[in-house]
Design a protein around this ligand. Structure first.
Ligand SMILES: Nc1nc2c(ncn2[C@@H]2O[C@H](COP(=O)(O)OP(=O)(O)OP(=O)(O)O)[C@@H](O)[C@H]2O)c(=O)[nH]1
Length: 312
């Protein structure tokens, strides 16, 4: 049984509950049938919004789910609103607010409620699917996006960079002498340190920068709209933060340093060439002292033969 709560029923009065409901349900409208054809939250809500506005004219729909951190706005908000909390059998799906210029009548509100009953399960399924998708793209130890997420992101970012002639930089990061941490402090401490490094890296980045656990003790950062110089500044901030931080175990504090290699997108680049140059620069950083940053420019000035370290 779906229950719709109205946390701040802008104008909805409880009396409508007394109004007689039709005993025989009308056949489902075409848009209601379509609700089950997508598992994308925005698609489901867009289908719902387009459908419900054919029955109850609305200027906008705002969906807010604080638990899943989703806020969607369809249309442009107007003065009058009707707000519903979506809850059923243990599921709290957040809230939906409809707005328009003139007040909603009792019969409008009734139709909105009927429509919300139809969208509840399609929306729940889309949220569950998103959750499953998100978890398959997240590394459980560090909670960073994982390698599969990296492959999707790099494809998307390269496409954007090519289409719109935008800048894109890649930073490949490897923890220095990490094997020694495992060997001396144990795997559990190693895991805690990796988790800590992941969070330290993330904390030095902007919301729009993307950091991934590429594998083992390797991370990758993708910086949209950043050239090599800008990426170097970001990398130096992250390197410095890792060097200065440590975790406390029962016995002592354990710290680490990281080495980094950077490449910047150019028109002829694909995923592999961009990654290879960053990876070669990382190898150069490893072979010239560690705890430092090298860029693809540095590769031009060195005669060191590079072997791919992080691999593809
Ligand atoms: N605890 C822990 N260790 C990991 C994990 N993934 C990879 N490792 C370890 O990371 C270590 C990487 O060692 P190496 O590739 O030899 O490199 P390194 O010791 O960091 O040395 P350099 O990269 O040359 O500075 C190995 O001992 C792996 O077992 C993990 O999830 N947890």
């Amino acid at each position: 049984m779906v229950s719709l709560t109205q946390p701040s029923a802008a104008q909805h009065n409880e009396n409508h509950k007394d109004s007689k409901r039709a005993m025989i349900k009308p056949p489902l409208a075409r848009w209601q049938l379509k609700l089950n054809t997508s598992l994308d939250v925005r698609d489901v809500l867009t289908t719902f919004f387009n459908g419900i506005t054919t029955q109850v004219p609305c200027a906008s729909l705002r969906y807010h789910n604080p638990v899943k951190k989703i806020t969607l706005e369809l249309g442009a908000a107007k003065l009058h609103s009707a707000k519903y909390g979506l809850k059923a059998s243990g599921y709290d799906l957040g809230e939906i607010v409809f707005t328009r210029s003139d007040q909603f009548s009792e019969s409008d509100l009734q139709q909105l409620e009927d429509g919300l009953s139809a969208v509840f399960y399609p929306l729940r399924n889309a949220l569950l699917y998103k959750e499953a998708l998100d978890s398959s793209l997240r590394d459980p130890l560090t909670e960073l996006a994982n390698r599969a997420a990296f492959e999707l992101a790099v494809k998307r970012e390269l496409g954007m960079a090519k289409r719109h002639n935008q800048l894109l930089s890649m930073i490949v990061i490897d923890v220095d002498h990490f094997k020694a941490v495992n060997d001396s402090a144990g795997h559990h401490a190693g895991d805690m340190l990796l988790k800590h490094i992941a969070q330290t890296l993330k904390s030095t980045l902007r919301e729009t920068d993307q950091v991934f656990r590429f594998g083992g003790e390797e991370f990758v950062i993708l910086l949209a709209n950043a050239n090599l110089k800008a990426a170097e500044l970001v990398a130096e901030r992250a390197r410095d933060a890792v060097e200065k931080s440590a975790i406390n175990t029962n016995k002592n504090a354990i710290g680490a340093t990281v080495s980094m290699g950077i490449s910047a997108f150019s028109a002829e680049d694909g995923r592999d060439s961009l990654f290879e140059r960053a990876d070669e620069a990382l190898y150069l950083a490893k072979s010239t002292g560690r705890n430092c940053i090298r860029t693809e420019w540095d590769l031009l000035n060195t005669s060191i033969t590079t072997n791919s370290k992080a691999g593809i």
